[in-house]
Design a binder for this molecule. Structure first.
Ligand code: 7RM
Length: 655
């Protein structure tokens, strides 16, 4: 990278303020001695084994790790059950503890104790068995954020039937493709779900999908909206009837540590989604250890809220398996953050005394855009820890989150991980780590991460390159379902079988902190300079009047690529030519003239996937004036038409 840009990037990423763990927090934290890092580094197998010991095993393992690159297996010979670990083992002492405070979008409330959840799971597991579902059979789940969703996952886990949860916002086609790839025998869905006051027609989508899924024998339908939906004789059954008729006693199967727990589909660079395959012992070890230590959770007193959707890996690991394995009390909220008003989350936090909140930068930036008055209306003093996941968090959003939501006192843990890693891999430990806003800080103990250059040499402190993991971790996926060749090629094609390549760019600062720079395909080449879209975005959102920004490269006859920026101003400022000029000047100041956007389109919102990641690929299509690629995973498709018409009128209007 060009020296001048390197220096300015340094300045950009060098948010001068750092935050020590609050003294009282550090004193009582589970981990407050940095020696844990060196101990885990010296003997990672012993470290992971000590974490596995936090679980209940029917039979102890004989070997911690068998690593045959690029494959790896964990806790070989061990037998356990995830549903047993999430439920049964808590019953004797904590059966009456609340597992979930559920809040429906229209306002209903349900409190589900561990004992109640256990009974529901046992009944559903028996019902699945009665349908002929056996260990290894796949079950597809397409549900809204209602308690039946974690119950369905745990019922599958109880009998060793891998689940494939398909996010409730996905279309009939996406559902069909995922069912067919997994060859699921049963689909568990609902009549509908609520989103911003509207009904999402899940059963209608399911009917359309199941018309083209020969493997599906039975469709189980949860009544959520109680609308009249057609039920196909011989195929569709009512969830409530089924559960009521089934026995409440169901022995959890003793599964091998390496038995499949679930498949979760995630988009890759091609159109065909990848079926990320997770197994039982290693995954549960990873999610329960990280949930316990990164959030420093006290199951007796904390009220924990991961505000993701269970349809994404964040929900699998940090709403279902991690928190339940740790016997924790969680919030489960069905709907949108602005329904009926933009203070819905803050009102929930106040009402339930939420002490830990885990959400995504995109949500934080949306709250910033709306302004702090919505949080101000509520008492958020119960919060003692905040978490972020999903994208790089820009320092401004980090500070805003800590100030306006955390009252200036909470640590903020910025956690880097992926569907593939299954659990958090790079993260602060809140009782140990000095926080730097914008940095995910350090690898979790037992995680061997580094940053390499194109040739595979470590870049060292102060350098930038590609993030890698040099040793497997227990929670990491085992392969891509039915496509091991793609597993090898996508993740181990770059540096060989021993080095996992996650697809992210990163920088190491002088203290060895990791700064994640976004996906490596988000790199532009401007007049021979490599500039990541993230650098320019960071500079844009660093401007006080910008809520959110996305940047893509557009082909340019002179410079190779030209920078096209899409910017959402805060509610207090209008996106006009004056602001555009200010922003160009601002980017020039923080990075350098070379990084000034050629064009700036102001927009109310950016195209995002349903998990809240900005879809730069589609913005690239817009910027190039091309036909749009696949938009099925988009949560807000109409915004694209708006952006496109604005972009067209700007064509040629370059600074
Ligand atoms: C948990 C999740 C994975 C991709 C990953 C990164 C990006 C996630 C952070 C982050 C910077 C973070 N799974 N990412 N967390 N980038 N800082 N703290 O999001 O499979 O859906 O996405 O998300 O690019 O590769 S995921």
């Amino acid at each position: 990278m060009d020296r001048e840009i390197e220096a300015t990037l340094e300045a950009l990423l060098d948010e001068r303020r750092t935050f020590e763990p609050p003294e009282a927090f550090a004193e009582s934290a589970f981990l407050n001695d940095p020696a844990v890092y060196s101990e885990a580094e010296r003997d990672p197998d012993a470290w992971w084994a000590s974490q596995a010991e936090r679980l209940d095993w029917f039979q102890r393992w004989d070997q911690v790790l068998e690593w045959k690159p690029p494959h790896h297996e964990w806790f070989l010979g061990g037998k356990l059950n995830a549903s047993h670990n999430c439920l049964d083992r808590h019953l004797a002492r904590d059966g009456d503890r609340v597992a979930y405070h559920w809040i429906g979008e229209p306002g209903e409330k349900r409190t589900i104790t561990y004992r109640a959840l256990h009974e529901e799971v046992c009944r559903l597991a028996n019902a699945l068995k009665d349908m002929g579902i056996r260990k290894g059979d796949r079950v597809a789940i397409y549900l809204p954020m209602i308690p039946e969703l974690p119950a369905a996952m745990l019922a599958c886990a109880r009998i060793g039937a891998p689940h494939s949860v398909v996010f409730g916002g996905f279309s009939a086609e996406s559902l069909r493709d995922r069912i067919n790839d997994a060859e699921a025998k049963v689909l568990i869905t609902a009549d509908g779900g609520y989103r911003r006051g509207d009904v999402v027609p899940l059963k209608a989508n399911a009917d359309e999908a199941v018309g083209q899924t020969p493997s599906i024998e039975t469709v189980i339908v949860v009544r959520r909206t109680n609308e009249n939906v057609p039920m196909q004789e011989g195929r569709d059954v009512d969830y409530a009837d089924l559960v009521e008729q089934a026995s409440p006693e169901c022995q959890a199967e003793a599964l091998d540590s390496e038995d499949m727990l679930y498949i979760l589909y995630t988009s890759g660079t091609t159109g065909k989604p990848k079926g990320i395959l997770h197994t039982t012992g290693g995954y549960l070890t990873g999610v329960s250890a990280t949930h316990h230590l990164v959030f420093d959770v006290r199951p007796e007193t904390d009220v924990y809220w991961c505000a993701a959707d269970i349809g994404w890996v964040t929900g699998h690991s940090y709403i279902v398996y991690g928190p339940l394995a740790n016997g924790c009390t969680s919030i489960l909220y069905e709907g949108a953050p602005d329904f009926p008003d933009k203070d819905r989350w803050w009102s929930i936090i106040e009402e339930y005394g939420v002490s830990i909140l885990y959400t995504a930068p995109t949500a934080i930036r949306t709250f910033m855009k709306w302004g702090p008055q919505y949080a101000d209306k509520h008492d958020l003093s119960s919060l003692r820890l905040l978490g972020s996941v999903g994208e790089p968090i820009n320092p401004e959003a980090w500070i805003w989150y800590q100030q306006f939501i955390g009252g200036g006192k909470t640590p903020v843990v910025d956690t880097w991980w992926q569907t593939e890693t299954g659990a958090i891999a790079i993260t602060p430990l809140p009782g140990i780590t000095t926080l730097k806003p914008g940095s995910a800080t350090k690898p979790f103990p037992g995680v061997f991460a580094d940053v390499l250059d194109e040739q595979g040499h470590p870049v060292g402190r102060g350098g930038g390159g590609y993030l890698v993991l040099k040793r497997p971790i227990p929670s990491m996926f085992r392969t891509i379902y039915k496509d091991d060749a793609r597993y090898r090629e996508t993740y181990f094609g770059r540096y060989g079988d021993h080095i996992y390549f996650p697809g992210d760019g990163a920088k190491l600062d002088d203290d060895g902190y990791f700064w994640l720079l976004g996906r490596v395909d988000d790199v532009m080449n401007i007049a021979g300079h490599r500039i990541s879209t993230y650098e320019v975005e960071s500079a844009l959102v660093d401007h006080p009047d910008v809520a959110e920004a996305a940047v893509v490269g557009r082909r340019h006859p002179q410079e190779g690529e030209a920078i096209a920026a899409f910017v959402t101003p805060k509610a207090t400022r209008i996106g006009d030519e004056e602001l555009a000029q200010e922003l160009r000047a601002h980017v020039a100041k923080v990075i350098g003239k070379i990084a000034r956007p050629h064009s700036i389109v102001f927009t109310e919102d950016l195209p995002k996937t349903r998990s809240g990641k900005i879809m730069r690929r589609l913005l690239r299509d817009v910027a190039e004036g091309r036909q749009l690629g696949d938009v099925t995973t988009l949560q807000n498709a109409p915004i694209l038409d708006e952006i496109r018409s604005k972009a067209n009128s700007l064509q040629g209007d370059e600074a």
